[in-house]
Design a protein. Structure first.
Length: 216
């Protein structure tokens, strides 16, 4: 994997774990994102179609692995930690895309419906924001939601306010959904705003190569 992004990000209640075709459980990923495994509301505002067969799960994981290896993005499956309802299960997907020439990043997040309402979005976002500024040395993090997605709006506004970020405005025809461009609301958090907001989020970045060194 790329040395740029950690293999795992650990927060108080979550583990964000890299995926690979060789090491992952494709059957598990297929079950969690299949037509039978996903609620219609989970994909109402994200450009992801439920998997119809196992090959689609393979291609999904392979694409995410490619982005991780190239250094273009940190791509993770989100799993609740021990003690949480559904501990160890794939609760969602989180990505941090680096736009290196702009010294910027943007975040995406999808969460299974049974895990909604727990504050996982903000906990995941805080860890990835810290990753962008403190490990990747970027200068601004962007996040957006479709205009009609009120759940994402509430979650995003909470953590943007926490880190003294701001609402940039509505961008027209920015996001393709079902073949049609949709308007989004975009927010940003700058490094200076993040640093002035207080204590950094409590999280840990784990690299397999570090574990390998310790075992030698």
């Amino acid at each position: 994997m790329s040395d740029l992004f950690p293999d795992e990000v650990v927060t108080e209640r979550l583990r964000l774990v890299k995926e690979s075709v060789a090491d992952g459980d494709l059957g598990e990923r297929y079950a969690s994102m299949s037509t039978d495994g996903m609620d219609e509301g989970e994909v109402a505002y994200v450009p992801v179609e439920p998997f119809e067969h196992l090959r689609e799960a393979y291609e999904f994981v392979a694409d995410r692995e490619d982005r991780m290896q190239s250094g273009d993005a940190g791509t993770y499956v989100v799993r609740p930690r021990e003690g949480e309802d559904g501990a160890g299960e794939p609760a969602g997907e989180a990505e941090l895309f680096a736009v290196w020439p702009r010294r910027a990043a943007f975040m995406t997040f999808g969460l299974r419906k049974r895990f909604w309402g727990r504050g996982y979005s903000g906990e995941r976002a805080a860890a990835l924001i810290r990753l962008a500024f403190e490990r990747l040395d970027l200068e601004v993090v962007f996040v957006s939601h479709l205009v009609a997605n009120e759940n994402s709006q509430r979650a995003i506004e909470r953590y943007v306010d926490r880190f003294d970020g701001r609402r940039e405005g509505t961008l027209r025809n920015q996001y393709p959904m079902n073949g049609e461009p949709r308007d989004v609301v975009q927010y940003s958090i700058g490094r200076d705003e993040y640093e002035a907001s207080g204590e950094p989020p409590d999280c840990e970045f784990v690299d397999e190569r570090d574990d390998e060194r310790e075992s030698r």
